[in-house]
Design a protein. Structure first.
Lengths: 233, 681
């Protein structure tokens, strides 16, 4: 029997009546704002920006774009017309549940065919947030190949390349126990490079768990938790 | 009508037997209502739903065994908690239900506390004793504590934890903003432990503002502070042109010159146009000050004010005086006294002066001020509470200028006035007030800030943590913040360190900034000769670091004073210099150390010893470490780095004594000059 689930946080904020579009595009593309990390229930650090293009690939101002997602996700604004550069910007607040959220931007083309663009955002719970902080402090300098102005990556300097944590293809295959072992006892624990030091005396057991929760949260393709195995009755 | 009623009455209660029968039936029917109400209650509905949810799962037996029917209750008299939430949220403690996302069966995410110890409403608010969805989650006439929206949940951590926690970035940021953005200058916040929250910003004194800038600049600034510098923390008071004209007139008229001849232009600017920018770079001004670069991006730190248009603001003579010795103008400034030569002062001042926008003050034309305007300006300055933040000669800092916020997080909704169209909830009210304070009533004085939506959420979170419950909690539950120590080094060296503002960047004995290394044990760590050389010419230790210690034009006497003090006072009791020599280790041990460095411990991942082969970018370069660090420090660091500098990212490898000794021997043999031969062997 399916139960109607009560939703505590109904969409907050005044509902905006969609404006009338003055133009129609042929394609909907992402300008920025996909694949962001935010805590559960909080705003994404950057707004989501989408762009409507015509069939020549040039931006279309005045096209109506609507945002939607699972209940609990709110948009400010939830819909609107694209600006002079063909873009619409919205601030997104994620729902209270940890995990992936799919955000759909939709618009109609001239023949009223629906154009859709799906973006994925990641909500971090308490444990993942803690893991993210540990990642920033201890792991990212080697495991993230991207350099920032204030934080130069060490990735290119390493003879054996570490796995970026988003590399789901590889990391999803490793069990929690294996990841715990490699973090706690270092690379050699799994016959891997000694360039990965042992963190077992620096990080506590719960910190290592938090780190693994974070690694699971950012994996791409997403990590599927099979859960503990129980005998069938 | 009357007839009909009387005939009905006669039919039902006509004679005593009939009346008895009817009354009995009514009575029995009413008796059945109570059990029926119970049978159809919401929580039973949800419990039945839970049982059918788990029935077909592989771990059904385990879940069935954990399941207890009936009203569940967590009762914690200490905390005043009577929570029946688990009557419906049956699966909240079942970790195996991670794939279930429907409420009320979703398992609680992993947190450091157990629901049996804390209950639910301590963090989530709502009515714990209620057993219907509506009453438990929403506010009713009798109960007005709705569930806290998930985005503010960290505020509940702040009820007990007064310091920053690693898992609550939003709360930490909110508290930082509360202290940094000026809120606490007007609003008092007392904490349950009796202490008061203190602002961490230091708005400048306006008593000598006439030395520093012009009336025109004050006019433009007050009209739109962010128009001058986007990072400005000064809020916009939305003043009229006339009010701004009068305030600027008062501030200039009220300003007194700084004593002495500090404000005279002495030297001429260097002829080399690159000298200014390179001195700005060499002095690492950007570690603290931001400025827009040619591409329009803001580059630099946020310790000092933004310098993008400093040339529009600062008078040339003031800028020179400030660069020569900032403490003449502001004795408590975080800016170090660089000891620039006159030529350097002129060069740097000239460069900064060129950072200006020719249009910025083009439209500001002010007539000479009249006495009435000045008097009116003075009245406005008192009315708007300018002296709450800024020191202004002749105006007393107002007490309790704005409402106290110590318990704002539990303010009753009945006491709030909402804007039309606004959700009637406390978090929305607080966020709305921060977003547009003047919208709530005419004549309100709170200025307009330029917070981002995320910053407003963070501030709201921090304010919601200041609530009634945090005062009612047993004192044993309080987790106090680590208080900043008021450590001050003594004597001549102490004066010198204050003049150099060492504590703006470095931390010593629990006091100071976190931009540069903690120097609490610096005397145990480094060799004296190295420290002397470093003061004279601070080189970089980390290849990938942009920020670096600036060079101060020290006299030899100053270097000796500082070095002596550091080498004598900042000594760790656990490190004995005489326990390990700086040289004379057997070649075999050095070789073993090398093998451990490159093999077992793979230190080259983060450090560089041989610049030809090693590339590690994370730790300090170790090419000359034998001339920099003491052997005893290296040994103890290898044994347990976290004990010497808590929070360092050097992992603790629990090395054997033998390994640590061999590595120390290898590292201490990496001396400046001798590097090549040792490394190539």
């Amino acid at each position: 029997m399916m139960l109607a689930t009560s939703c505590q946080h109904s969409t907050i904020g005044a509902t905006v009546v969609p404006q009338k579009p003055t133009a129609f595009g042929a394609a909907l593309i992402e300008s920025s704002g996909g694949k962001q990390l935010a805590q559960t229930g909080s705003l994404l650090p950057q707004p989501v920006v989408v762009q409507v293009n015509n069939d020549q690939g040039t931006a279309v101002p005045g096209a109506l774009v609507q945002f939607s997602a699972t209940p609990g996700v709110t948009f400010d604004p939830p819909n609107g017309l694209t600006d002079s550069s063909g873009q619409l910007t919205t601030n997104v607040t994620l729902g209270g549940m940890t995990g992936r959220y799919v955000i759909t931007a939709s618009a109609f083309d001239k023949s009223h065919k629906k154009l859709e663009l799906k973006l994925e955002e990641i909500a971090l719970g308490y444990q993942q947030t803690l893991g993210r902080r540990l990642n920033d402090q201890f792991c990212e300098r080697c495991h993230n190949p991207e350099s920032a102005a204030e934080r130069v990556s060490n990735y290119d300097n390493l003879e054996v390349k570490p796995h970026p944590f988003t590399e789901g293809d590889t990391l999803n295959k490793m069990s929690d126990a294996d990841l715990t072992a490699i973090v706690t006892h270092g690379g050699p624990a799994l016959n891997k490079s000694a360039l990965m030091p042992a963190w077992g005396n620096t990080l506590s057991r719960s910190e290592v768990q938090a780190l693994i929760a974070y690694i699971r949260a950012v994996a791409d393709p997403p990590y599927r938790n099979t859960g503990p195995a129980f005998a069938k009755n | 009508m009357k007839e009909k009623l009387s005939s009905l009455w006669r039919k039902l209660f006509g004679d005593s037997v009939r009346a008895f029968g009817v009354v009995s039936i009514l009575f029995l029917a009413s008796m059945a209502i109570a059990p029926a109400k119970n049978f159809f209650s919401e929580w039973r509905h949800y419990q039945r739903g839970y049982l059918s949810l788990i029935r077909n799962r592989s771990e059904a037996n385990t879940l069935q065994r954990h399941f207890q029917g009936g009203i569940q209750q967590i009762w914690l008299p200490d905390l005043g908690v009577v929570d029946r939430c688990t009557s419906c949220h049956v699966g909240q403690g079942e970790t195996s239900l991670t794939d279930v996302s429907t409420q009320p069966y979703r398992p609680h995410p992993v947190i450091p506390h157990k629901s049996e110890q804390f209950g639910c409403t301590v963090c989530h608010r709502g009515q714990g004793a209620a057993t219907t969805v509506e009453e438990a989650h929403n506010s009713t006439l009798a109960w007005e504590q709705p569930i806290l929206p998930a985005k503010y949940i960290e505020s509940s951590c702040g009820q007990c934890h007064s310091g920053p926690l690693p898992g609550t970035p939003q709360l930490n940021e909110g508290r930082r903003l509360l202290a940094r953005e000026g809120c606490l200058h007007c609003h008092a916040v007392k904490l349950p432990d009796g202490s008061t929250m203190h602002p961490t910003d230091d708005p400048p004194s306006l008593s000598h503002i006439g030395d520093k800038t012009t009336r025109e600049w004050i006019f433009a600034w007050l009209k739109d502070p962010q128009g001058y510098a986007t990072t400005s923390t000064m809020p916009n008071f939305k003043l009229s042109d006339d009010d701004v004209r009068d305030i600027s007139a008062f501030l200039i008229a009220n300003s007194t010159p700084v004593a002495g001849d500090a404000l005279t232009v002495i030297a001429k600017t260097s002829a080399d146009p690159t000298a200014g920018p390179s001195l700005y770079g060499e002095s690492f001004c950007a570690s603290c000050h931001a400025a827009q670069n040619a591409a329009g991006n803001l580059v630099g730190g946020d310790v000092g004010p933004e310098l993008t248009r400093i040339g529009n603001k600062a008078k040339p003579e003031w800028l020179q005086a400030w660069l020569r010795d900032p403490r003449v103008y502001d004795s408590k400034t975080a800016m170090p006294h660089y000891r620039f030569t006159d030529a350097q002062v002129a060069t740097l001042a000239g460069f900064l002066q060129s950072k200006s926008d020719s249009d910025y003050l083009a439209n500001v034309h002010l007539e000479a001020a009249t006495p009435e305007q000045i008097a009116h300006g003075k009245r406005l300055v008192s009315d708007y509470g300018c002296a709450s933040c800024h020191e202004i000669a002749g105006i007393k800092k107002p007490e309790n200028f704005a409402p106290e916020l110590s318990r704002i997080g539990s303010k009753p909704i009945t006491q709030l006035i909402f804007l039309p169209g606004m959700q009637h909830s406390l978090p929305d009210y607080i966020a709305g007030k921060i977003k547009q304070p003047r919208a709530f009533a005419p004549g309100l004085k709170m200025p307009q800030y330029t917070f981002t939506p995320a910053q407003i959420d963070a501030l709201t979170t921090a304010l919601l943590s200041l609530n009634e419950r945090s005062y009612r909690l047993p004192t044993s539950w309080a987790a106090p913040a680590a208080h900043e120590s008021d450590y001050k080094p003594a004597g001549k060296a102490g004066k010198l360190m204050a003049d150099l503002a060492c504590f703006s960047c470095h931390r010593i004995n629990g006091h100071g900034g976190d931009m540069a290394p903690d120097l609490t044990w610096e005397g145990s760590s480094v060799q004296r000769d190295w420290l002397v050389q470093f003061f004279k010419n601070p080189g970089t230790l980390r290849p990938a670091l942009i920020r670096r210690m600036p060079r101060f034009n020290f006299t030899d006497a100053e270097v000796n004073e500082l070095t002596d003090y550091i080498m004598t006072v900042y000594q760790s009791p656990t490190i004995d210099h005489d326990s390990m020599p700086l040289s004379g280790y057997p070649q075999g041990q050095i070789e073993l150390g090398r093998q451990l460095f490159y093999g077992k411990y793979a230190c080259q991942g983060c450090h560089i010893v041989d610049t030809n082969t090693d590339k590690g970018y994370i730790g300090p370069t170790l090419t000359h470490v034998g001339s920099r660090l003491t052997a005893a420090w290296i040994y103890q660091w290898l044994k347990n780095s976290q004990a010497l500098r808590p929070g360092t990212i050097e992992p603790n490898r629990t090395m054997s004594d033998e390994d640590a000794r061999a590595l120390t021997a290898f590292l201490i043999s990496q001396k400046s000059g001798a590097k090549q031969q040792v490394a190539k062997k």
